[in-house]
Design a binder for this molecule. Structure first.
Ligand code: HAM
Length: 514
């Protein structure tokens, strides 16, 4: 059997990983200068955290999460699966008997788990164990008719489906929810000034994989939490992001901004939008039709060519902002201008997560095809309160899609060598101890060194040094040993000299790659 990475996930190998490291390092350096510190977050969290913050009706939560129930009762879960599949019928006494036995078994195991404290004693679970017994007795009463059973079985299954065998957990599809959870959990509102945090790591979404879209992908993100919602903060967050892109030489990026209002003015706008969408319902595709009810704003995200002319005629949020939101948006534009930041306004930029309000922004970069957003972000006042924290804390942040940033940089020709600096070519068993010592001294001076474990022929040895991309080969043969010298060869041009150990260490240390 041959194992392969599963669909939508991939390995990042050297030398590409060196470029990743350089980019992540640049983020750390730039973010530090703006006062951000790193937060290291768990990879999994309660599913409910994402459902509440990102939103139940978003694609991310409703279709794309890797979620499971975490417990030590696999047999109970299997039993639940079997019960859910049964369609009991009075004229099949054997199947009825089995159904009954499985229900009894489920109930017994569920009670036992709760008693032992291994299955959570949630209100739903307590209700299920009390109600289930009565319901089972009812269904298997000798006087029960098929009709009554047909009525009762769906609610019985519904009850069993709601039973929580363990904690519902999910691989994180994004990290803003986790940052806010951590902020509340650690009472970070008592820290002086704004709380500024950044993170870098993998996120997980079950999306259809394509260029720039993966199921395990990476983000570098930053969040600012604090009592103020001043637009200068939004602008500074964007300034930091662009400073980072400049540091890694990303060219051709475009910043798009929008304001999606706050709870009150957005709600009124969404109703208006829904009304207009109802009028053109028949001309829309199935996804957009469904979104008229669930999330009309998401219709604006549609890329379907036939929907574009219709969308252009829809009401625009900018025309429906309340005074405070309109002023905040105007401030944002002034704050960007005073920082000389160029932007384009895009009234359709509503973003696919529910927690946003007012400022939303996205950055696109060249070389990415249809998945060209390298970064998305926005303001999320209200999320801290929604998750049980202080209502006074506001938030703004962004996340960069690291995979996409890499693709764009690589399309533009960025590479990074693994950076092998010295190949120590030794000849004759007697020279090996000196070669080992030399390699260690060079490594102590932070040079990257390759030392063959076994003696090689001269030609093969130098050819390997070349193929590994070493900058220098140090040649150590019996002649050199006798003379107390080393021969060092610069592989790019063949320049060669004989040096003592002290001279060699100095020469190689001074010619280190930056
Ligand atoms: P998001 O727009 O869902 O926002 O993701 C941010 C970025 O992650 C996207 O612009 C894209 O570059 C990258 N990304 C998303 N999904 C994938 C994927 N399947 N494959 C590759 N890259 C992907 C958020 O996640 C918010 N938490 C951002 C934020 C932080 N807002 C406020 N603070």
């Amino acid at each position: 059997m041959k194992f392969q990475a599963i669909k939508g996930v991939r390995d990042i190998l050297p030398p590409e990983s060196a470029l990743w490291n350089r980019v992540e390092q640049a983020a750390r350096e730039v973010f530090r200068t703006y006062g951000y510190g790193e937060i290291r977050l768990p990879i999994f969290e309660p599913t409910e955290l994402f459902a509440r913050s990102v939103g139940l009706d978003t694609d991310i939560v409703s279709k794309e999460m890797y979620a499971w129930e975490d417990h030590g009762y696999p047999e109970l879960e299997a039993l639940r699966g079997q019960i859910m599949l049964r369609q009991p019928s009075l004229d099949q006494p054997v199947a009825m008997g089995l159904f009954h036995a499985q229900l009894d078994d489920f109930l017994a195991k569920a009670k036992e788990g709760i008693q032992r404290g291994e299955i959570p004693r949630t209100p739903i679970n307590s209700r299920v164990v009390t109600d289930l017994g009565a319901m089972v007795r009812h269904i298997f009463d000798p006087n029960t008719t098929q009709g009554l059973m047909n009525d009762l079985v769906p609610s019985l299954k519904d009850m069993i489906a709601k039973f929580e065998i363990g904690d519902r957990l999910a691989l994180r599809p994004e990290a803003t929810a986790s940052v806010v959870r951590a902020y509340i959990e650690h009472g970070m509102q008592t820290r002086p000034g704004n709380v500024k945090l950044y993170y870098a790591g993998p996120m997980f979404r079950r999306e259809r994989p394509q260029k720039g879209r993966y199921r395990q992908f990476y983000q570098i993100g930053a969040e600012l939490l604090g009592p103020s919602d001043h637009a200068a903060l939004d602008a500074e967050v964007i300034e930091m992001l662009l400073a980072f892109f400049a540091r890694v030489n990303l060219r051709g990026a475009t910043l798009y901004i929008n304001s999606i209002g706050d709870k009150s003015c957005r709600a009124a706008y969404v109703e208006r939008l829904r009304g207009e969408l109802q009028k053109v319902r028949e001309a829309l595709g199935a996804d957009s039709q469904r979104r008229i009810e669930t999330n009309p704003l998401r219709v604006l995200d549609s890329k379907l060519p036939e929907e574009q002319p219709i969308i252009e005629t829809l009401p625009r949020i900018a025309d429906h902002l309340c005074d405070a939101c309109r002023e905040h948006y105007a401030q944002l534009k002034r704050q960007l201008a005073l920082r000389n930041i160029a932007y384009e306004e895009n009234w359709r930029l509503v973003r696919g997560l529910d927690y946003y309000m007012r400022t939303t922004f996205e950055i696109t970069a060249p070389g990415l095809g249809s998945q060209n957003a390298v970064c998305g972000g926005g303001r999320y006042d209200g999320l801290v309160e929604l998750l049980g924290g202080p209502a006074t804390t506001k938030g703004i942040g962004f996340a960069i899609g690291t995979d996409r940033l890499m693709l764009s940089l690589q399309e533009a020709g960025a590479t990074d060598r693994c950076g092998l600096e010295v190949f120590v070519a030794w000849f004759g068993a007697a020279t090996y101890p000196a070669a080992v010592t030399l390699a260690r001294k060079l490594r102590e001076r932070n040079l990257s060194v390759e030392l063959p474990a076994q003696e090689m022929k001269f030609g093969k040895s130098l050819s390997l040094a070349d193929r590994l991309g070493a900058r220098f080969a140090v040649i150590l043969g019996e002649d050199e040993m006798a003379a107390g010298q080393f021969t060092v060869k610069r592989l790019a041009d063949g320049d060669q000299k004989k040096l003592t150990e002290a001279e060699l260490l100095e020469y190689l240390t001074n010619s280190r790659t930056a």
